[in-house]
Design a protein around this ligand. Structure first.
Ligand code: ZN
Length: 83
């Protein structure tokens, strides 16, 4: 039975030492090692409708109803105020 490899990483964002079973080419580990994410902003349907029907006031609601997600590891960076 082969031994399970354990990888050691340093989280550049927090300088923490981390041992993980995930390989270095795993998306979560790439984000961890570079200390950055690849943010993608998505606007919620409510915010988009508000922007259309209550223009220009709705633009403010549109900006609040957004989610920022990392396209590489899928981490939710900013969930906005509406869920
Ligand atoms: Zn990420």
């Amino acid at each position: 039975m082969p031994a399970t490899p354990v990888y050691h990483y340093t989280n550049l964002a927090t300088n923490e030492q981390i041992a993980s079973l995930l390989p270095p080419d795993h998306p979560e580990m790439i984000c961890l090692q570079t200390g950055t994410h690849v943010p993608e902003t998505k606007y919620g349907l409510l915010g988009i409708l508000a922007a259309i029907f209550w223009f220009p006031l709705g633009i403010g609601i549109c900006l609040l109803d957004r989610r920022v997600r990392c396209t590489r590891c899928g981490l939710m960076i900013d969930e906005g105020i509406c869920r």
